[in-house]
Design a protein around this ligand. Structure first.
Ligand code: ATP
Ligand code: MG
Length: 330
């Protein structure tokens, strides 16, 4: 079971869309997939489920079937994580639903982080809550891969989500903000990894703790953030700077020469702007590449749907290769 987070503190770079589409694609490739929505915006959950189901998941009272419901005993100081409710999306695809209430956990996690140094069991239980919940859920559905979606920030919830992850992929756009974002993200990831390493020896015995490897496997550039009015040349200019910035900031490597993004090993995908297919897919609660004529994908859309399938198939294969998971039924 491998855990992969899609992380960038820049908003709107395609994290949630990637987790959603890759979850379906890995399932299509015969893997058991668990998606975990650790973003308090809960956009991933809203992509998977219809409004009627969302209303039942998030009543005015307790939320026993969401991630917040599962960690609530820790939040309230009444016990450890509860059962992992798995929402069945399809055969081989499950979701631990997100929750707007999850933002309440931020302070608890901030407070727990320094206390781990003192060997405080409750602090370790809080920091590892997402990890243990994802493992529990993963065991329940025999997941081969766990995909984690997080919100756009460098806060304590994301630190705990990343500590729960074996690998991290970085979605980004080809623009100034994304490059500046990379410069914050890389050192932050390294600081979290080192910080966890320093705390692990103080952990109480008998508690299953994550390794906190969060190994970066590469970046995914989406074109959709680019303003229509911006010249192609400017897009290409920013794009060309990504390989170097990724190496320096995320990998902490000094390199004299870097390849073009199209040839870069760390470039997992350069995704197109999927335009109107995006809203069609949202309405149908389906990935773009599964859209049919009944969903409105007619005429030239059909070709675009096939092209999107190709994009995500290639991306899924590359990721599987990087994190060393084999397709079940070749
Ligand atoms: N390849 C694409 N083509 C067109 N639109 C896209 C593409 N990828 C994502 N989008 C759209 O861009 C917006 C932002 O995408 P998404 O929500 O996946 O980003 P995010 O990084 O998860 O955002 P946040 O930081 O708010 O969580 C959404 O409206 C989404 O539908
Ligand atoms: Mg998102």
């Amino acid at each position: 079971m491998k855990t992969l987070a899609f992380f960038n503190n820049k908003c709107g770079v395609g994290k949630t869309s990637l987790v959603y589409h890759l979850a379906w694609m890995f399932m299509e490739r015969g893997l058991n997939v668990l998606a975990v929505d650790l973003d308090p915006q809960a956009n991933l959950t809203a992509m998977f489920l219809d409004e009627e189901r969302l209303e039942r998941l998030w009543p005015d009272s307790d939320h026993p079937e969401t991630v917040y419901g599962a960690i609530q005993p820790i939040q309230d100081g009444t016990g450890d994580i509860g059962q992992a409710h798995l929402e069945r999306i399809a055969e081989g695809l499950h979701l631990i639903p997100g929750d707007l209430e999850l933002s309440r956990f931020e302070d608890k996690l901030s407070d727990a982080w320094p206390r781990c140094h003192d060997g405080d069991g409750a602090a370790f239980r809080a920091i590892s809550a997402f990890y243990r919940l994802a493992r529990k859920g993963g065991d329940q559905c025999m997941a081969d891969i766990i995909l984690i979606d997080v919100g756009p920030n460098l806060g304590a919830i994301n630190r705990a989500a990343l500590i729960a992850s074996d690998y991290v992929a970085v979605p980004l756009g080809a623009d100034l903000f994304s490059l500046q974002g990379l410069r914050n993200l890389g050192p932050t990831l390294r600081a979290w990894r080192k910080g966890w390493e320093a705390r692990l020896p103080s952990k109480p015995s008998g508690l299953d703790m994550p390794g906190g490897l969060m190994e970066p496997i590469g970046y995914i550039v989406s074109q959709h953030g680019v303003l229509e009015s911006r010249p192609v040349k400017s897009y290409q200019r920013w794009l060309n700077r990504i390989p170097l910035t990724y190496r320096e900031s995320v990998l902490g490597k000094k390199t004299a020469q870097t390849p073009k993004p199209e040839k870069d090993n760390y470039a997992l995908a350069l995704l197109k702007h999927y335009r109107s297919l995006i809203s069609m897919a949202m309405d149908a609660h389906k990935p773009i590449f599964a859209l049919k004529s009944a969903d409105g994908a007619i005429g030239s859309h059909i070709e675009a749907v096939h092209a999107c399938h190709e994009d995500f198939l290639n991306l899924a294969k590359k990721i599987a290769d990087r994190i060393n998971i084999a397709k079940r039924e070749e």
